[in-house]
Structures are given as structure tokens and as C-alpha cells.
Design a binder for this molecule. Structure first.
Ligand code: ADP
Ligand code: MG
Length: 273
């Protein structure tokens, strides 16, 4: 396995045609309820390969649930979610809902990396072992290859000298950077971030945002739930505003964040800005 961290140098002439470039996420009319209470109400969102999408919205609006459907951490009641045309989660086949087999889900999940708010590192593994765990479990690499790749990833996130540390021996910002390196270990084309800096002390936010900023230029598709409006404005190609399970507004940051159309987007931004 080889890990390509940088977007390959391409010219107009040899650029891969958009149609075959991986990382396209298509969310179509997704509905989801918990105990009869709708949490996602007909959300549709098409994300281009390499696009950076920031999802904004009040607490409880369904942001995490939506993000989790992209990696089959959440099933859906209706609609479809595909990554590069492959169904993830429950999918509509003709008139009936279709559930994927577990082994198939696991396989498809490897094309989508996730970074959670609370890092979720394995506490009993070192930073390096956290990163090698998935490639080794999936037999994607030999032990030596996996360690070499993990070391390169640690260097990429500025932690080349911290591989032997356990999560508890690292700061929150360092743990989150290890979590990002771990998410990259299977070289996914799509990366999901669920409020990656909201559990961090303010002085540690910058180091994590800077790693994500670098990834925004790596050609991967990034979907980022964040309350960091300035960051969204800087890195996102598109901002999406979710409220009460509905996608109310979307567009370039310069429009949605500067001149929001929907009153509820205006209200939300007035509170967080
Ligand atoms: P956000 O990430 O925007 O804060 P969530 O997607 O976490 O919102 O949650 C949306 C709504 O769904 C909330 O009302 C939340 O309480 C509810 N919810 C989320 N997960 C569950 C669950 N596992 N069981 C029941 N209700 C849930
Ligand atoms: Mg959330």
C-alpha cells in the first residue's frame, strides 16, 4: 500500500477526468428518526471529489447524525447515501429498503475516514500503534510497512517524535492530530470531521486547524462540522446550514456567512460570530 498525502502534480492535460476522480458523496432525501422523532428531514447534498464542505447549525440540528450516515455509523430510514456511487447505509432499491451485509459495510467504510470531537484514540495503544491498527487489521500492509507509513503520517501532523507516547501522555491537540493521522492511515478519499476542535483548550485549536487546512489542499473530500466560523470561511468551498434536520441554506462562504438569506441562518450567525 502506498499513501499519497499530497495531491499529485497535474496539469490541465493530464488531470484525471472528474468522472473517475474518487471522493464523490451523494446524499439524497435522507430521513432519520429516533423513537419517532425526526432528526434528519429529507436532506440532500451532493459533494464533489476534493470539495471542502463545512456543516454549520445549532446544537441538536442533526449535524453529527448526517455526518455519521456517510460512514455507516448511522443507518437511515429513507433515502440514500453513496460514496463514489457505492451505497452506504440503508439504500432504496426499487421500492424496498436494502441493508448491506456487515462485511460489505466494513469494506466500504475504509474509503471514508472519521475524526471525532473527543479523539477516540485507543488508550492502551501508543500513538504509532493507533495509526498502524487499521492497516494491520485489514492486512493492507506488513508490520514494517505499516510502521513506516505511520511514522510518515506522524511527521505530517508534526508529531514525528511522539510515536511511542500513549494518548494520556499527549495534549488534547496532539491527541487530535494523532487521530487525524490515524484517519489517514487507510488513505481514504473522504474525511469527515465532527467538531474536531470543540473539546480543545483555546490555545490548542490552532495546531489542529492548521493540519486540517493542509489536508484541504490534498485533493481529498473533506466534510467538516464546525463552529469555527472563521476557519469555515477560510477553507470551505461550500458552507451548509442545517437546522432542525433540514438543510436550509448552502453556498460559498462569502455568501452564506456574509449575506445569509434564511432568517434562521442569520439568527445562528448573529449568535456565534
Ligand atoms: P448535532 O450534532 O447537530 O448537535 P445530533 O445529530 O447529534 O445533532 O442530534 C440531533 C438530534 O438527534 C438531537 O435532538 C439528539 O438528541 C438526537 N439524537 C442523536 N443521537 C441520538 C440517539 N442515538 N438516540 C436518540 N436520539 C438521538
Ligand atoms: Mg454533533
Amino acid at each position: 500500500m502506498s499513501i499519497t498525502l499530497e495531491r499529485p502534480e497535474t496539469t490541465e492535460k493530464d488531470a484525471t477526468p472528474i468522472a473517475v476522480r474518487p471522493g464523490r458523496v451523494e446524499i439524497h432525501d435522507v430521513w432519520k428518526s429516533y423513537a419517532g422523532v425526526p432528526v434528519l428531514r429529507g436532506v440532500s447534498l451532493d459533494i464533489e471529489p476534493g470539495e471542502v464542505v463545512a456543516i454549520l447549525g445549532p446544537s441538536g440540528s442533526g449535524k453529527s447524525t448526517l455526518l455519521r450516515t456517510i460512514n455507516h455509523l448511522e443507518t437511515i430510514d429513507r433515502g440514500s447515501v453513496t460514496v463514489d456511487g457505492e451505497f452506504i447505509g440503508y439504500a432504496r432499491r426499487g421500492d424496498r429498503l436494502h441493508e448491506l451485509r456487515e462485511s460489505e459495510v466494513l469494506k466500504r467504510r475504509t474509503s471514508v475516514g472519521v475524526v471525532f470531537q473527543n479523539f477516540n484514540l485507543f488508550p492502551h495503544l501508543t500513538a504509532l500503534e493507533n495509526i498502524t491498527a487499521a492497516p494491520l487489521a485489514l492486512r493492507r500492509a506488513t508490520k514494517a510497512e505499516a510502521r513506516e507509513q505511520a511514522q510518515a503520517l506522524l511527521e505530517r501532523v508534526g508529531l514525528g517524535d511522539k510515536g511511542a507516547r500513549y494518548p494520556r501522555q499527549l495534549s488534547g491537540g496532539q491527541q487530535q492530530r494523532v487521530a487525524i493521522a490515524r484517519a489517514l492511515a487507510l488513505d481514504p478519499q473522504v474525511l469527515l470531521f465532527d467538531e474536531p476542535t470543540s473539546a480543545l483548550d483555546p490555545e490548542l485549536v490552532g495546531e489542529v486547524l492548521s493540519v486540517i487546512r493542509d489536508l484541504a489542499d490534498s485533493g481529498r473530500t473533506l466534510v467538516i462540522v464546525t463552529h469555527e466560523i472563521g476557519f469555515a470561511r477560510e477553507v470551505a468551498d461550500r458552507v451548509v446550514f442545517l437546522d432542525e434536520g433540514e438543510l436550509l441554506e448552502q453556498g460559498p462562504p462569502s455568501e452564506v456567512l456574509v449575506n445569509p438569506r434564511h432568517p434562521r441562518t442569520q439568527e445562528f450567525l448573529a449568535k456565534v460570530l
